[in-house]
Every structure is written in structure tokens, then in C-alpha cells.
Design a binder for this molecule. Structure first.
Ligand code: VG1
Ligand code: CO
Length: 545
């Protein structure tokens, strides 16, 4: 065996953010950069758990090269088994499935998720632990500490491995298994949903779907499940070929970036009945119907209210959780069902303990993420199947399902405004400035509403007692409105400021207003409190979702 121990010097910026380490591809291509971080991950895995891992990514530029390097490093670090997705493909939810089903010690997912790809785009590395979920803060902190003083890494000299053919290969002591990235995932979906009734929906001849894989990882999964297993028309899938640069697009399934899909819904006569898209690594989803866009916050609430109708959730749900900026629509459903609703910081890693402990079944984030305890990641296609199954059972349009929900629970009008690539110093000064004034804001009047709570969100994990501070500023108002402000932890250029707006309209009120118009009074308050325009240097947000 030809194992080298390579001397290296640490990089000071290898600190994982909301979801893994994300940097420009060019940064990851810096000599030793990728190797250092991967060695830090390996070193952070406790002895006794360094046996079997899964490895794969969203197919973005540099995926294949990184996989070859990591294979040789895993072999040099003494892992017994390394499962690698064929072609280097593995969606984030599928990686979670494989870890859990094959009882592995964890997995490395190569993705910068919704960030653009290509030689000038972004690359990323996420580490998931034995439960199949993103490493918790305690582990990412350990990885960062190790990376900050790393002096050497181990790598084996070996020829490039054929990752395009499924099968087993031996590299020193390590067995490398190139696996079908789709099959375990499909098997699990079949257990959760009623494929027969979804099939009947597609066969009915009166239901048209459009699914946009955005040239990212979900294409192969969508072809297998939606077309081959469920009988959807092949033409109903768009952009299913994964591309290293996502076809030049931005693989984020929202109304701005999924414009090709959105355009189909602007044609009144030919608009599909149901539309969906997913992101770079397949863990996000957007749901559209004729004349309706389902906000991710509403989607979570509607799922919680209807889960018992679906085979995988027939016994009801144990509890729900949402990230702090996600609207409180699901809180009302939880109250009605008599189950607990947990409010966690942004990022899927905070849901893991709640699911492992059996406290929640469903969880979600406003950022187009929904999921359940079937795995420990958010899951784009799972959400699509959930909606298809619901439509098949209820025999109602998306619009009708959403409207009926609002008529029962009221509507949380919701929007997120992103200011991207903002000067880091100015963005921090704005948020720090607001933080310093929080105490004095309680009770402050704005027209006929007043602030009832102004704080910087802290989370105390009810399972392991770990504490997380400074997770975003919350301003709640006397009419149930909310403004939330936080800084993104996934960007790679300057700072991204996210401002989240939410305003509640009761069930007997105006349920079908235009969202931005309905929220406009809150935009004025945010401007008054933060001087968003001058602080960000933008007359308006870059992206509104
Ligand atoms: C964003 C979203 C957050 C999500 C994270 C990872 O983080 O707001 O809700 O969990 O991306 O999603 P931030 O820190 O930029 O706001 V993805 O699809 O990367 O895996
Ligand atoms: Co993602």
C-alpha cells in the first residue's frame, strides 16, 4: 500500500456554516484545501465509528475530482467500506437514506446546494453523522478546531477509480462499493406513499404536472419515481439531465430562479395543474398550483394538518418543528392537533435530536425545505410525492386545498427579502445596531400596532441541553405580525441579509390579497428600524421570495 502522510498548513477559514463548508470552486482547488478539510472530518469522527461511510454529491463542477481525492483519503485513513454513488451522484436526502438503511457511520455530501456551480461558482462539503443527519454544531465546531491546527493528511496513491460502473473495488484495506444512487431512496418512498392512487391520478388524463429538476441532482430520481414507477408523462419533467454548471442557472427552486417552470403557469389555458421544482442537491422543493404558489411555511402547515391521510403517517404525527423565521402557520395546526411545536434556529441540523428522540414527525423551513422523520434531511421529492398523494386522495386542486386550509386556520401572509453581496461591515453594523436597541423597542408603537417582543433568538436544545445564541432578531407585533432579520450562513460573497415578514389574517378575513401589498406596512417599519436602504446600499431587495 502506498500511503503518503502529507505535511500541510491550516487554512483559517474552514468553518462550516448553516449547512457545511461552502467556498468558491477556486478556493477548493487551492492545493491541500479540500484534503485538509476532509482530514479534519475524518479526525473528528470518534474512534470506533471510523468504519463505513457514504460519499456522493450533486454533480456540480469539481464533484468528480473531489470524489477521487476523498476515495484515496478514506482508504489511507483505514475505513473498511466506502459507498460511492454511481457517477458521483447522490442527492442529500438519498445520502441520508443510505446512511440509515445501510447502518453506516456517516457520509460526505459534496454540494453547495442552491448556490450556482461551474468553474466560477461554488462548491461545498457537508458531513452527516450516523443518524443520517447534518453534523450538529458540536461536531462542526470540532471539525473547525481540528482544521485550524492541522499539520498533515493521509492519502493513498492509486489510479483513478471507475465511479461510473456499479460494483466493488478494493483499495488497500478499503472496499469501495459504487452503488445505484436511486434505488434505496425509491424503496423508502414506496413505503411512505400510496403509489397506486398517485398512479391513478396520472392515468386519469385530467391531471397535468410539470416538474423542474433545474439540471441538478433530482433528475435521475424524478425519472425513476415519477415517470417509471408512477406513470407520469416523460414530457412533464424539465431539465432532468444533471449538469456541472446547472445549465448556467441558479438551482434554487423559488419564483425567481425557477422561471422556466413559473412561465408555464402564466399561460392561463395550458397551465399545468401541479408544478414543482427542487434544488441543487435535491433537498428543497417548491410547490405550485394553477393560480397559487404554496409558500413553504404554508406547505408545512398543510402537510401537518393532512398527514394522517397518507399511509406513512396514518397513525398521526407526534409533533412538529419549524425554523424560527418560518411562519407560524404550522403552530396553529399543532395547537389544534394537540401536539408540540418546536421553534429551532435556521438549518436542518437542529431538527435531528427532536426526530431521534421521537418528539416530532414533520419539520420545515421557510427556505423551501420540508421533511419528516423518514430520514434526517429535508427532502424535495418526498414533498412532491406528499402533495401528489394529497391531491390524489382529496381529489381537489392545489388552490382548493390551500384555500380550505386558510378558511380553517387563517392565513399567514409571508415573504422573505434578501439583500445579497452586501458589504460585510455595513451589514454587521446594521444588525449589531438593531441588537443594541432591542431592549428599548418593547412596547414601541407603529401606527395602530406595537412591538410585543424584541429579542435575539436563542435556542436551548430540549434533548441534549446545548445552547445556541444570536440566531436572528425577532420582532413580534400586537397584531401577530413578525419581522425577523438574520445574516445568511451559506453565501460565499460578501454578506447576505435576510429579512422575513409575516402578517396574519384570520379565517373570516381577506384571504386572497397580493402578498407584497398586504405586507407593505411592515416594510416601512423595517426601513424605519434598520435603514435597510442606506445600510445595504440597495433601493430594494435583490431577491423576493
Ligand atoms: C439557507 C436557508 C436555510 C437552509 C440552508 C441550507 O441558510 O435559509 O433555511 O437550511 O440554506 O439549505 P442561510 O444561512 O443562507 O439562510 V440547502 O438546500 O443548503 O441544503
Ligand atoms: Co439544498
Amino acid at each position: 500500500m502506498n500511503i503518503s502522510i502529507v505535511g500541510t498548513t491550516p487554512f483559517v477559514d474552514q468553518k462550516p456554516g448553516t449547512s457545511g463548508l461552502r467556498k468558491k470552486v477556486t478556493v477548493f482547488q487551492t492545493p491541500h484545501y479540500l484534503e485538509n478539510f476532509v482530514q479534519a472530518i475524518f479526525d473528528a469522527i470518534p474512534q470506533g465509528e471510523k468504519t463505513a461511510l457514504v460519499l456522493g454529491g450533486d454533480g456540480r463542477y469539481y464533484n468528480r475530482q473531489a470524489i477521487q481525492i476523498i476515495i484515496r483519503m478514506a482508504a489511507a485513513n483505514g475505513f473498511k467500506r466506502l459507498l460511492v454513488g454511481q457517477h458521483g451522484y447522490l442527492s442529500t436526502p438519498a445520502a441520508s437514506v443510505v446512511i440509515r438503511k445501510q447502518k453506516l457511520d456517516g457520509g460526505i455530501i459534496l454540494s453547495a446546494s442552491h448556490n450556482p456551480g461551474g468553474p466560477d461558482g461554488d462548491f461545498g462539503i457537508k458531513f452527516n453523522t450516523r443518524n443520517g443527519g447534518p453534523a450538529p454544531e458540536s461536531v462542526t465546531d470540532r471539525i473547525h478546531d481540528i482544521a485550524s491546527s492541522l499539520a498533515e493528511y493521509r492519502i493513498m496513491a492509486a489510479d483513478e477509480l471507475d465511479i461510473d460502473t456499479c460494483g466493488c473495488y478494493q483499495l488497500g484495506e478499503t472496499t469501495i462499493e459504487v452503488i445505484d444512487p436511486v434505488s434505496d431512496y425509491v424503496e423508502l418512498m414506496e413505503q411512505l406513499f400510496d403509489f397506486t392512487s398517485i398512479k391513478a391520478l396520472f392515468n386519469s388524463g385530467v391531471f397535468n404536472m410539470a416538474f423542474d429538476a433545474m439540471h441538478a441532482i433530482t433528475g435521475p430520481y424524478a425519472s425513476e419515481i415519477l415517470v417509471r414507477c408512477l406513470g407520469a408523462a416523460e414530457e412533464s419533467l424539465m431539465n432532468i439531465q444533471p449538469k456541472e454548471d446547472f445549465g448556467g442557472g441558479h438551482p434554487d427552486p423559488n419564483l425567481v430562479y425557477a422561471h422556466e417552470l413559473v412561465a408555464l403557469f402564466e399561460q392561463p389555458i395550458t397551465a399545468p395543474d401541479f408544478g414543482a421544482a427542487s434544488d441543487g442537491d435535491g433537498d428543497r422543493n417548491m410547490i405550485l398550483g394553477r393560480d397559487v404558489f404554496v409558500t413553504p411555511s404554508d406547505s408545512l402547515a398543510i402537510m401537518a394538518a393532512n398527514a394522517h391521510l397518507l399511509p406513512g403517517y396514518a397513525s398521526g404525527i407526534k409533533g412538529v418543528a419549524r425554523s424560527m423565521p418560518t411562519s407560524r402557520a404550522v403552530d396553529l395546526v399543532a395547537e389544534c392537533l394537540g401536539v408540540e411545536c418546536y421553534e429551532t434556529p435556521t438549518g436542518w441540523k437542529f431538527f435531528g435530536n427532536l426526530m431521534d428522540e421521537g418528539l416530532i414527525t414533520l419539520c420545515g423551513e421557510e427556505s423551501f425545505g420540508s421533511g419528516s422523520d423518514h430520514i434526517r434531511e429535508k427532502d424535495g421529492l418526498w414533498a412532491v410525492l406528499f402533495w401528489l398523494n394529497l391531491i390524489a386522495i382529496k381529489k381537489q386542486s392545489v388552490h382548493k386545498i390551500v384555500l380550505t386550509h386558510w378558511q380553517a386556520f387563517g392565513r399567514h401572509y409571508y415573504s422573505r427579502h434578501d439583500y445579497e453581496g452586501v458589504d460585510q461591515g455595513k451589514a454587521s453594523a446594521m444588525i449589531e445596531g438593531l441588537r443594541d436597541r432591542l431592549d428599548g423597542l418593547n412596547g414601541r408603537q407603529f401606527g395602530n400596532i406595537s412591538i410585543t417582543l424584541a429579542d435575539d433568538f436563542s435556542y436551548l436544545d430540549p434533548v441534549d441541553g446545548s445552547r445556541c445564541d444570536r440566531q436572528g432578531i425577532r420582532l413580534s407585533f400586537s397584531d401577530e405580525s413578525r419581522i425577523v432579520v438574520r445574516m445568511s450562513g451559506t453565501g460565499t460573497e460578501g454578506a447576505t441579509v435576510r429579512v422575513y415578514y409575516e402578517r396574519y389574517e384570520p379565517a373570516n378575513g381577506k384571504l386572497e390579497e397580493e402578498t407584497q401589498a398586504y405586507l407593505a406596512s411592515l416594510f416601512v417599519i423595517a426601513e424605519e428600524l434598520m435603514q435597510l436602504q442606506s445600510s445595504t446600499g440597495r433601493a430594494k431587495p435583490d431577491i423576493i421570495t
